[in-house]
Ligand binder design. Structure first.
Ligand code: GLA
Length: 377
């Protein structure tokens, strides 16, 4: 089954926008292997918008790769990516034009899917700009879902309609393997927090086979690149990455992976965080003590192996001490059980706690724990 776990990879859009070419893709593929990203689970290298000529080929009606950016065509790019043991992703749109005004796949779905399959594409991000008002989104996504299945190649279908038309109600039925459920992310604290908050009551729709996608990560961008407005500090990047993991979202890196700093690399390859994200059951977290608090989130998640994860997120502007109560987790006070906590960022065992956990979290930062029930008398 495709997307039995949240897909992981790298996408060109956040940092590079239309500044993409064959050389960049080669360097990104090399970096994914050299830096250990591939070994950590990042397998899809995805070219976003702006890869084609401005018009289709007048004779064949096919989309044509841009002759300067991709002089050897996309099959050659796919071959290089595959030679590194990675999978190759591309982008199109359900409209007449893509969001950046290149040819879209509207009414060309089956031809384009066949073309992508011939090139060796393994993943298609499918955007939502410039479709006729008369065309409803579920039908357009179904069309591409069917076209991909008819293409003769196994292609992961990454739908991107930004949460419009109540996407949660119908997207699984289109064959999509992941679906963007929010507007575009920008590299600032407000953006990733609003995105995460807006999904807290939507995660029931996300499950193996079709995952809720909160957009490409801005982790490690530090204000550089196309969506690099303001930038975040390292505490924010820890929180963003941990939220995506606690929510079992696809992990698509959007920073310049070739030049990411050590801290970023360590964060995005943290095995315990990735293990939480990739948990086979992908259960939505429970939001302890309510989900309407605006300046903190306590997320508690049941994991496949009987353990649990707890994320404590400080969204305020000051360092805080929190008291997280266990009642909402399901743990009855009379159970003679308690939680043993290990900090997944530091590996530190912070002991056994029966009814609540007192935890210090710096402004904008988070603490994430793996926790197991132990006997307590
Ligand atoms: C939309 C999508 C983005 C990106 C751009 C490309 O805005 O949501 O993720 O693909 O289009 O133009």
């Amino acid at each position: 089954m495709l997307a039995s776990r949240p897909p992981m990879g790298f996408n060109t859009w956040n940092t590079f926008g239309d500044k993409i070419d064959e050389n960049l893709i080669h360097e990104a593929a090399d970096a994914m292997v050299r830096l250990g990203l591939k070994d950590a689970g990042y397998e899809y290298l995805v070219i976003d918008d702006c890869w084609s000529e401005y018009e289709r080929d007048p004779v064949t009606d096919r989309i044509v790769p841009h002759h300067v950016k991709f002089p050897n065509g996309m099959k050659a790019v796919a071959d290089y990516v595959h030679s590194k043991g990675l999978k190759f992703g591309m982008y199109s749109c359900d409209g007449v034009r893509t969001c950046a005004d290149y040819p879209g796949s509207y009414d060309h779905e089956f031809l384009d899917a066949k073309t992508f399959a011939e090139w060796g594409v393994d993943y298609l991000k499918y955007d939502n700009c410039y479709h006729p008002g008369s065309a409803d989104e579920p039908t357009l996504y179904r069309r591409m879902g069917m076209a991909l299945r008819a293409s003769g190649r196994e292609i992961l279908f990454s739908a991107c309609n930004w949460g419009s038309s109540n996407v949660w109600d119908w997207i699984r039925s289109t064959g999509a393997h992941m679906y963007r459920s929010t507007g575009d992310i920008f590299d600032n604290a407000e953006s990733y927090r609003n995105i995460a908050r807006s999904q807290m009551d939507k995660l029931h729709a996300s499950a193996p086979g079709c995952f809720n996608d909160m957009d490409m990560l801005t982790v490690g961008m530090y204000g550089r690149g196309l969506v690099g407005s303001q930038g975040c500090n390292s505490a924010d990047y820890r929180s963003q990455f941990a939220l995506w993991c606690m929510f079992s979202c696809p992990l698509m890196l959007g920073c310049d992976i070739r030049t990411m700093n050590e801290e970023t690399l360590k964060l995005v390859t943290n095995p315990e965080l990735i293990r939480i994200d990739q948990d086979a059951e992908a259960r939505p977290p429970i939001f302890l003590q309510g989900k309407d608090e605006t300046d903190r989130i306590y997320a508690f998640k049941f994991l496949e192996d009987g353990a649990y994860a707890l994320g404590v997120f400080n969204l305020s502007e000051e360092d805080r001490e929190y008291r997280v109560l266990f009642n909402d987790t399901g743990l009855a006070a009379s159970a003679c059980k308690a939680f043993q906590f290990t900090d997944v960022m530091t590996g530190e065992n912070i002991g056994i706690h029966r009814e609540h956990l007192k935890v210090q979290v710096p402004a904008h930062d988070c603490r994430v724990f793996r926790t197991e029930l132990v006997d307590f008398r």
